[in-house]
Design a protein around this ligand. Structure first.
Ligand SMILES: [Zn+2]
Length: 174
């Protein structure tokens, strides 16, 4: 199952750094309300001027996220994968799409792969989980560490875990 196919824009490490610097300058610059950087528009694009979409998206994602976590706890793997596929497919309807919302989906997906002993796939999810846009949440609280903690037990994931934790710190320092 290729759950990665729904990601519209996959960011490189350099693009992430570039976005972080744009985000930092914007937040600390004069009058952020009226100087929204064009580079961050992908974050807003699908939701602007559509209140119904925002409410529908928030409801849908809270609902899917809760059921995904319940399915993971109950070891209902097929259901959890199906829900995750929907979370990725409708990521553009979540409030922080391409940002913390995407990190959460990849974190859950990685944990699911890990439960199936697919270390390589789980590591790939960890690598994707920080290649996201900066948002008020991931720059304040950082990324969730559930997946990196679990993966730290596997030597093959060592570099990815290190890189993830380093990126987490960088996001929080913006
Ligand atoms: Zn966010």
């Amino acid at each position: 199952m290729d759950n990665m196919k729904y990601l519209k824009k996959e960011l490189s490490r350099d693009e992430v750094f570039n976005l972080l610097s744009i985000y930092h300058n914007w937040r600390n610059g004069p009058d952020p309300r009226n100087n929204y950087p064009i580079e961050l528009e992908l974050l807003e694009k699908d939701l602007e001027n559509n209140t119904f979409k925002v409410f529908f998206g928030v409801f849908l994602h809270i609902y899917l996220s809760i059921f995904c976590k319940i399915s993971i706890v109950l070891n209902l793997h097929k259901l959890a994968f199906w829900i995750t596929e929907k979370r990725l497919k409708f990521n553009h309807l979540s409030v922080c799409h391409y940002a913390c919302s995407l990190t959460n989906v990849y974190t859950d997906l990685g944990i699911m792969y890990l439960r199936r002993n697919k270390i390589e796939k789980a590591t790939e999810c960890l690598n994707k989980s920080w290649r996201v846009y900066p948002c008020p949440h991931n720059t304040s609280f950082g990324f969730p560490t559930r997946l990196s903690r679990l993966l730290s037990a596997y030597p093959t994931a060592e570099n990815s875990v290190e890189e993830f934790l380093e990126m987490r710190k960088i996001f929080q320092s913006v």
